[in-house]
Every structure is written in structure tokens, then in C-alpha cells.
Design a protein around this ligand. Structure first.
Ligand SMILES: Cc1c2[nH]c(c1CCC(=O)O)Cc1[nH]c(c(CCC(=O)O)c1C)Cc1[nH]c(c(CCC(=O)O)c1C)Cc1[nH]c(c(C)c1CCC(=O)O)C2
Length: 344
């Protein structure tokens, strides 16, 4: 097989394929009964993330069931805060809880970046197992949270509707805020480098809360850390494709595409397709952007929406995905329906 024969790698290299590669954010998750069974066996969600055997199993489940073109490492963006010394727990039905970083003292209590591997080594072991277990045409994606999104959880200690605690720290104590952002950026570079060394073929940065930043803050807080991570990774691994996902960036997607250095940009479901085709796709591979609610709804609405996306973006480099993660109430039968609509 030639190095770029895998469909996802071809699209990320700028090729327009007759049938786009397809995978779904959160494709290993609670909407699958086999995921729920393995998670039960693991104990907690974090135990599952740090168990290479079971994390490999759940990563492979959606590949075995649906035949996606890519597998995404099963882990979580909040493992990096934990590896930096934050307390992290997942409360059933409520989401993550973390110890908070809101002062120079909190910041000083975090551990050094080079100590993260003590905690994260099981993740590298999962990547390594996956790189040998996957079918030869399936691409392995490693990932991390982008620094701003990770910082929002570290500052607030939980998920928040509009990331107010983090935006307040940025306004009131910019030195503390940017020192934290820098530390997360450094840790993310080392974390993703280890994933690549272990066999990840592509990495993705999830900036899920990019959309809550003001226009003046978008550059220094979202774009700059993404750019620094991508530039450092590319200097270490010149052929590594990077997908970035500044979710909710709106008009700032254009600047992000021009300046981040990413090979592909993930589009949320709010990005108008014609605009993406005209303004973004000439410069970069685009990925997205079906409304995840259609995976619950199904039916002809799903078929039509999927076809519209393929028709609008299919003439350029394009990866089919959702605009955000598949939700626990999605019907697995709708994933099969979606694949028929996309692949014909
Ligand atoms: C913000 C964020 C997180 N985690 C992630 C993000 C960025 C993407 C996004 O915006 O969705 C990324 C993530 N989380 C998970 C993956 C695994 C790979 C995949 O299949 O996409 C990935 C790539 C597993 C997970 N991460 C989580 C689950 C559900 C945990 C469970 O099994 O109970 C999974 C499968 C938990 C999680 N993890 C996080 C939250 C807020 C929650 C709780 C909310 C929820 O329960 O959905 C943080």
C-alpha cells in the first residue's frame, strides 16, 4: 500500500475523493450498548480511559460495527489537567469536576510538564495497541483538547454554559491566565508527540469553546496556542496531518484557517456550507458538519441533510463528520442510514 492510500490521509493531503472518508466525533460512546457494557466492566469512565485493553476495545467497537474510515483514540481532553496535578472526577449524570486554578498559588501547585507521562503512559500504550489492531485502510487519530478549552475546565472546575469563570480570569488576572494557557500548550505538545511516537497517524485539537471568546481575544487565546502546537508538532513530524476544531468560531474560521497551520478544519453545524466552500475549502480540507440531532431524528431528513453536505463540499478536500459529538440518545441504526446516504 502506498503511504497515502488510506482515504482519510488522502483527503487531509488535499485530494477530493469521489466518496468522502467518514467518521463521527464521539463515535465510541454511550449510544452503543457494547460501549456501555465495557464501561461497566472498567468501573468508572476514567478507569476506562487508563485501561489500555478496554480503551482499545471501545475504540475498535464503532469500527467493527460500522466500518468508519478513522478510529479516534478513546481518551478524554481532561486527562491532561489530571496529569498536570489537578484532581479530576466524573460525576455520573453531571459531568466533570476538577480542582480549580484561579490564583498564582494554584498555578504553582501544578506539576511540571515533563511529569505528565507518568499519568498518561497507559494512553500511549492504547495508541500502540490500536496501531497494530486496526484494519489497514483505517486511520488512527490521536487527540487533545486545545488549550483554551482545557483551561475553561481547569479554571471553573466544571463545564460552564458560557465559560464565564475562565473569561473573568482572562480579564482580571491575565498573567495567571496566560501562564496556565502556556503550560497547557507545552503539555499538549509533549502529549501529542508521544501519541505520534506510539502510532497516531493524525492528531486533532478540540477547541470546543472557541465560540465563547470575544473577537479581540480569539487571536491570543484560541488561535495562538493552536498555532504554536501545530508548528511545533510539524517541526518534529513534518508529515503529520493535523485537524483543528475551533467550534463556534463563526467568521473567525477564516482567520483560523489562514494562520493556524492546520491541514483540516472541523466545522460545527452552524457554519453555512456555501460560505465554507467558497472561503475555507480553497485553502484547506474541511470536515463536518451534520447536525448531531439528526442522528436521533433519522429518516429522510437525515438522508437529505447528509446529501446536501456531500454535494456542496464533495468537489474539494472533505471529510464527512458531525458538527459536534454524537449524543447518547442517538440510534445506532441512524449511523447505518447515514453511511448509506454518504457512501451510496
Ligand atoms: C469538552 C470535551 C470533553 N471531552 C472531549 C471534549 C471535546 C469535544 C466535545 O466538545 O465534545 C473529547 C472526547 N471525549 C471522549 C472522546 C473519545 C473519542 C471519541 O469517540 O470521540 C473525545 C475525543 C470520550 C468521552 N468523554 C466523556 C464520555 C462519556 C462518559 C461516560 O461514558 O459516561 C465519553 C465517551 C465524558 C466527558 N468528557 C468531557 C465532558 C464535558 C464529558 C461529560 C459530558 C458527557 O458525559 O458527554 C470533556
Amino acid at each position: 500500500m502506498t503511504p497515502n492510500a488510506k482515504p482519510l490521509l488522502r483527503a487531509l493531503a488535499g485530494e477530493a475523493l469521489p466518496t468522502p472518508p467518514v467518521w463521527l466525533m464521539r463515535q465510541a460512546g454511550r449510544y452503543l450498548p457494547e460501549y456501555r457494557a465495557t464501561r461497566e466492566k472498567a468501573g468508572s469512565f476514567l478507569d476506562l480511559c487508563y485501561n489500555p485493553e478496554l480503551a482499545t476495545e471501545v475504540t475498535l467497537q464503532p469500527i467493527q460495527r460500522f466500518g468508519f474510515d478513522a478510529a479516534i483514540l478513546f481518551a478524554d481532553i481532561l486527562l491532561v489537567p489530571q496529569a498536570l496535578g489537578a484532581d479530576v472526577t466524573f460525576v455520573q449524570g453531571e459531568g466533570p469536576r476538577l480542582s480549580t486554578v484561579t490564583s498564582p498559588e494554584d498555578l504553582a501547585r501544578l506539576g511540571p510538564v515533563d511529569a505528565i507521562h507518568d499519568t498518561l503512559s497507559p494512553v500511549y500504550e492504547t495508541v500502540s495497541r490500536l496501531s497494530t489492531a486496526l484494519p489497514s485502510d483505517v486511520t488512527l487519530i490521536g487527540f487533545a483538547g486545545a488549550p483554551w478549552t482545557v483551561a475553561t475546565y481547569m479554571i471553573a472546575g466544571r463545564g460552564t454554559p458560557s465559560q464565564e469563570p475562565a473569561r473573568r480570569l482572562l480579564m482580571q488576572q491575565p498573567e495567571v491566565f496566560f501562564a496556565l494557557l502556556d503550560k497547557i500548550t507545552d503539555a499538549t505538545i509533549e502529549y501529542l508527540s508521544r501519541q505520534v511516537e506510539a502510532g497516531a497517524e493524525v492528531v486533532k485539537l478540540f477547541d470546543s469553546w472557541a465560540g465563547s471568546l470575544s473577537a479581540p481575544d480569539f487571536g491570543p487565546v484560541c488561535l495562538e496556542p493552536n498555532r504554536r502546537i501545530i508548528s511545533e508538532l510539524k517541526s518534529r513530524y513534518p508529515n503529520l496531518p493535523v485537524i483543528a476544531f475551533p467550534r463556534g468560531a463563526g467568521g473567525a474560521y477564516e482567520r483560523f484557517v489562514a494562520e493556524s497551520g492546520a491541514d483540516c478544519v472541523g466545522l460545527d453545524q452552524h457554519v453555512p456550507l456555501d460560505w465554507a466552500r467558497e472561503r475555507l475549502q480553497p485553502k484547506i480540507c474541511v470536515q463536518g458538519n451534520l447536525d448531531p440531532m439528526l442522528m436521533v431524528e433519522g429518516g429522510e431528513k437525515l438522508d437529505r441533510a447528509a446529501k446536501t453536505i456531500c454535494e456542496t463540499l464533495g468537489d474539494g478536500p472533505f471529510v464527512f463528520n458531525l458538527g459536534h459529538g454524537i449524543t447518547p440518545d442517538a440510534d445506532p441504526a441512524n449511523v447505518e442510514r447515514l453511511l448509506r446516504a454518504v457512501r451510496g
